[in-house]
Design a protein around this ligand. Structure first.
Ligand code: ZN
Length: 489
């Protein structure tokens, strides 16, 4: 009888692609799933997971928390692959190199970054592949200005080189430079179409929020899909649409019916987070989103911003500082319904928009575990998946468990997989697929992070395996585990 390195025995295996939802043994050897069987399998190590769900590992399309500490918090939330696709990284090779040298608990990957390439051209910036390049310059007007044809050509050329260097697509933070000419956006989408890779957009303003916008943010995305044939992915449709989510999703539905490829994602929180210097947080623009300075709180500081004067001051002195933006009250069922509609939209992925941890002491300590007490983040970094399973499945009953699992696994695998063959071996519990697996208790799985205890790990994720290696075992993170591998196009 064949013996496997590891057998997860008698778990409830959910495989969204085949529709399997039954008690099975899963046999793993060499980091790959070798057997999924109704009969008992023999293994060098046999772990009884009866009463627990065995799911493909969760795939996060939208994480900015790419260091070891961020990976560990996400591992405890069921994640096995973290991808930085919206902001992206430029140059992408530098981002991969850093992760490879330092080691990562989870699989990782990057899109190239339109915003950082634009900063490099318009600000003459030397860029190192980290998010800090973007955060340090986000508030500067010069990178947001209209570009000459020559500059656009230079930016597109840089992105093209990064795509052939393994980038998973193009991240387009157009919402941070919302006055650029729509033709530049179309040129970037056309490049993606030629390369056969998706784009990932943080949309610019909706007309409801800025009647003077050069183009409606949602129209721009769907139009690019129709006109260029590119696969356009619409990032965190909850936080950029807020109360206009039905109109936005209606547009997406319409172009999909006409044959365009537009995919979406959402996260189950009412507060966004961004650099306080972002264009749309200017005091005179807040009313467009129904906000006031008091809707904003700086990460790591007590309370909210008092008035417009204070806001102007912090935007001036520390534009890269992370700030909570309370868009919707997630404890009010009527307001949570807007978020829920984004999450339950046809084929929407669950994605976190995880933000980098910040150490209040000023001394980053990403390698120590447990996390230092002064480490803070947005609760979505630690709790998005536990919260989705708790609120949408268990409490509100708007989604079956199998459907929620699909939106955390197969759906994101297929978004990236449209141009990246390696992703077709993820998001699935099938023979020949990567042994990235999440084992959780459907009765107790839950988020525990809050806006005050921002970095509390989720509960109920019992085992998390990356390429067949335990990163979480018996609900405990294994600090020595660094099995993460790069995902490249
Ligand atoms: Zn964003």
């Amino acid at each position: 009888m064949t013996s496997y390195d590891l057998v997860l025995a008698r778990g409830r295996v959910i495989d969204p692609e085949t529709g399997l939802d039954a008690v099975r043994d899963v046999g793993i050897t060499g980091g790959v799933i070798r057997a999924v069987s109704g009969r008992p399998l023999a293994g060098t190590t046999r772990v009884d997971v009866s009463g627990l769900v065995v799911s493909p590992g969760f795939i996060d399309l939208h994480s900015h928390s790419m260091d070891v500490a961020g990976h560990r918090l996400q591992a405890l939330d069921g994640v096995t692959t973290v991808l930085e696709l919206e902001a992206g990284a430029y140059p992408v090779a530098a981002a991969y190199r850093r992760a490879e040298i330092e080691g990562r608990p989870l699989n990782y990957g990057f899109a190239t970054s339109w915003a950082v390439a634009r900063m490099a051209v318009l600000l003459g910036l030397e860029t190192g592949g980290g998010l800090d390049d973007f955060l340090a310059n986000v508030g500067r007007e010069e990178w947001q200005r209209a570009a000459t044809q020559g500059a656009v050509d230079a930016i597109v050329g840089m992105l093209e080189r990064d795509l052939s260097d393994g980038a998973l697509g193009i991240g387009i933070l157009v919402g941070y430079a919302p006055r650029i000419d729509p033709s530049e956006y179309l040129a970037v989408a056309a490049l993606a179409a030629r390369a056969g890779l998706p784009t990932y957009t943080h949309a610019r303003e909706l007309v409801e929020m800025d009647p003077g916008t050069p183009i409606d943010g949602a129209e721009e995305i769907v139009r690019a899909a129709a006109e260029t044939g590119a696969h356009m992915h619409y990032c965190h449709v909850n936080s950029t649409s807020i109360r206009h989510v039905d109109r936005v999703l209606g547009l997406v539905e319409k172009v999909r019916a006409e044959g365009s490829r537009v995919t979406t994602e959402a996260y189950p929180y009412g507060a966004g987070m961004t650099g306080v210097g972002a264009a749309f947080l200017a005091p005179e623009l807040l009313h467009r989103r129904g906000l006031t300075p008091h809707s904003i709180g700086l990460l790591g500081a007590e309370g909210r911003i008092a008035d417009a004067e204070t806001l102007r001051g912090v935007r001036e002195t520390e534009p890269g500082s992370a700030a909570f933006v309370h868009l919707l009250d997630e404890d009010d069922p009527a307001e949570f319904a807007f978020i829920q509609r984004a999450l339950t939209f046809t084929d929407a992925a669950v994605a976190t928009d995880a933000v980098p941890l910040l150490w209040r002491s000023g001394t980053p300590d990403p390698l120590s575990w447990p996390l230092a007490r002064d480490a803070v983040t947005h609760p979505r970094t630690a709790g998005t998946y536990g919260r989705t399973l708790r609120r949408l499945v268990r409490e509100n009953g708007v989604m079956s468990l199998a459907e929620a699992v699909r939106r955390c696994t197969l759906v994101p695998a297929d978004v990236v997989g449209s141009g990246v063959p390696a992703m077709r071996r993820k998001g699935r519990v099938q023979v020949g697929c990567d042994a990235d697996l999440t084992v959780f208790d459907p009765e107790t799985v839950s988020d525990r992070a809050t806006y005050t205890e921002t970095a509390r790990p989720s509960a109920g994720f019992v085992h998390v395996l990356v390429g067949g290696d335990f990163v979480v075992r018996d609900e405990h993170l294994l600090p020595a585990a660094m099995p993460g591998r790069p995902v490249r196009s």
